[in-house]
Design a protein around this ligand. Sequence first.
Ligand code: HEM
Length: 454
Amino acid sequence: MAIAAPRLVPPRIAPPAQPLEGLAFLARFVRNPLAVVPQAAYEGDLVAMMRGKTPILWITAPALVRQVLLDEREKFLKLAQIRLLSPLLGKGILTSEGADWKWQRQAAAPMFRPQELAGFVPSFVRAAQGVLERWRARPGVQAVDRDMTEATFQVISATLLPSADARMPQAVERSTGLFQRSGAWGQLYAVANLPKWLPQPGRLSMARAIGTLRAAVLSLIGERRASGVEKDDLLHRLMRSRDPETGQSMNDEQLVDNLLTFYLAGHETTAKALTWTLYLLARSPHWARALREEIARVTGGSDVNAGHIEQLALTQQVLKESMRLYPPVPLMTRQAVAETRLGEYAVRAGASVVMPIYAIHRHARRWEDPDAFDPGRFAPAREAAIPRYQYMPFGAGPRICIGMGFAMLEATAMLATLLRRAEFAALPGREPAPVARVTLIPGGGMPLAVRLGP
Ligand code: HEM
């Protein structure tokens, strides 16, 4: 079905016309790492620049992205990301490489099979209904960004770790807040390979927050071991898995690493997808109406259930287009560990390769009217024509997001539940700027006026 909506170009980053140098680069990077991606990256295939002695390559051509993430993946490792996140996430699934990574991925995979995921839908719906109840209790303008983060956090607790105790949410919220705030610094240190001993703002308070959080998770594991109770959740499966090479099971430290990884990777991202989607719908009443009609037709007025999800086709189109314009993970990085070529460019070991998903999704030669909101791009026939490495909010290759199916189901069920009861309007004069932290956040938050129906 084609929706005739007026053209909408929501807030975007104005890229620098020329690659920035020296202090100008640093000043802009600290405020928003995406704002240093030069115009040329949105138009060409590869932009190379030097940061000190480290070459940084911005790649946006699907063929080059494929080479890094798939064909030559053993030459491009996640060293900077590991450095940035390992103080918090240790050597869990997101922050390890090679055989270490592989067995942890295999251990977690069964939780993400489609038949398991379908059983989670009632938890997704309940979390969204909880948000509606809170909005009803205090009507008016709502901090949508904060509310989506709270709700997706409840989802992760209820689905993957139903036994988590009440201290966890507080500790996780505090430490992710600190992590987000000092995130740009961390990314700068990691991308530019600066030495660890350089003073880094906020490092001490972050170290304390991380300590609290890891202790809370460790005590959860201790309680589970002591109780002898077997609950079929992620923790139980991780405890039972064995490394095929050594026959060892995960020790407490590895369990903490992975539980925290799923807690953090699994809620902040989906929260941002929903936040930006609600903003786009607030700006596009035509699409909001079309979705509401679809949801009413598919659900027949009942709560959303697993059987409805596939039929909510327009709802999913809107989510996909929202993640094109505002990918929750806006930048992916790898470091070359061997010599190779990327197109014409001779890559040496030590080079940083940045795949700015945000710019790949708005590339001037590869997308028609790239900055405009047009969910029609993801209508089945048109979506099939989009090359694989040109649209990748969940990454690609073997390290693709393990939670992709989970997140799509969760976001669809939650969005449909919210739209059944609520209408959203943007506040005049408030344009949320996309800012890259660990995820793509709306600078200044996302206050939206919410009107609730019966
Ligand atoms: C809209 C929501 C989400 C987005 C946009 C997203 C995006 C991504 C991206 C881009 C990566 C790849 C990073 C890289 O290769 O450098 C990734 C990896 C990962 N994601 Fe997600 N994610 C989302 C939701 C989730 C959820 C719900 C979970 C868990 C329940 C999750 C768990 C993970 C894990 C564990 C990895 C690491 C996988 C590995 O290295 O093998 N994500 N995600």
